[in-house]
Design a protein around this ligand. Structure first.
Ligand SMILES: CC(C)(COP(=O)(O)OP(=O)(O)OC[C@H]1O[C@@H](n2cnc3c(N)ncnc32)[C@H](O)[C@@H]1OP(=O)(O)O)[C@@H](O)C(=O)NCCC(=O)NCCS
Length: 147
């Protein structure tokens, strides 16, 4: 119940980052309900405050097994303190444990922070053919030095 309350106050919306509006609604209102459908969700807490969340899904029936990274979001008041990196690394470790060969995610083209973080983690980008505003990023797993 504490998690639900903290999620309801989670704040990542910024006017200059329009994709964060839908993301914040998703985190506040729907995230925990999606766990029942197989979404994995973790929260990063410090001093009793929820600082960030990450969510992903393992696609175990594909060959190779793949992980779809759904969300990495840090509370507005806590950005640029390494929480985003730690959450993405946690996702990478969990996906590796589940046997996934890579993590793929969609990122808004203007999302400099997430694209830079993915690049740091050796992500490779390609255009999203379904939406020119987005890129698809694939981070190969199994290279242990990053984890
Ligand atoms: C993307 C996001 C999760 C990054 O989290 P964060 O905790 O602020 O970032 P970190 O402190 O872990 O930074 C890790 C790296 O990300 C990159 N980065 C983070 N913020 C950045 C910014 N404002 N500009 C450029 N690069 C940035 C840098 O490469 C940084 O490494 P460095 O500090 O060594 O340069 C955060 O900006 C966020 O929550 N954004 C809104 C939600 C969102 O768009 N999520 C992605 C789609 S689900």
């Amino acid at each position: 119940m504490a998690d639900r309350e903290a999620l309801a106050w989670f704040s990542c919306f910024r006017f200059d980052q329009p994709w964060t509006r839908e993301l914040e609604d998703e985190i506040r209102e729907r995230l925990l309900d999606r766990v029942i459908d197989g979404l994995e969700v973790v929260g990063l807490w410090a001093g009793g405050e929820l600082c960030g969340v990450a969510a992903w899904r393992i696609h175990g029936s594909t060959d190779p097994v793949l992980c779809r990274g759904d969300i990495v979001a840090v509370d507005n008041a806590r950005r640029r303190k390494t929480y985003g990196r730690r959450l993405k690394l946690e996702m990478m470790m969990a996906a590796t444990r589940a046997g996934a060969a890579a993590i793929s995610s969609r990122v808004h083209r203007d999302n400099v922070a997430m694209r830079s973080l993915n690049e740091q983690l050796e992500g490779v980008e390609e255009d999203d053919e379904e939406d020119p505003n987005y890129v698809l990023c694939v981070i190969p797993l199994g290279v242990s030095e990053r984890l």
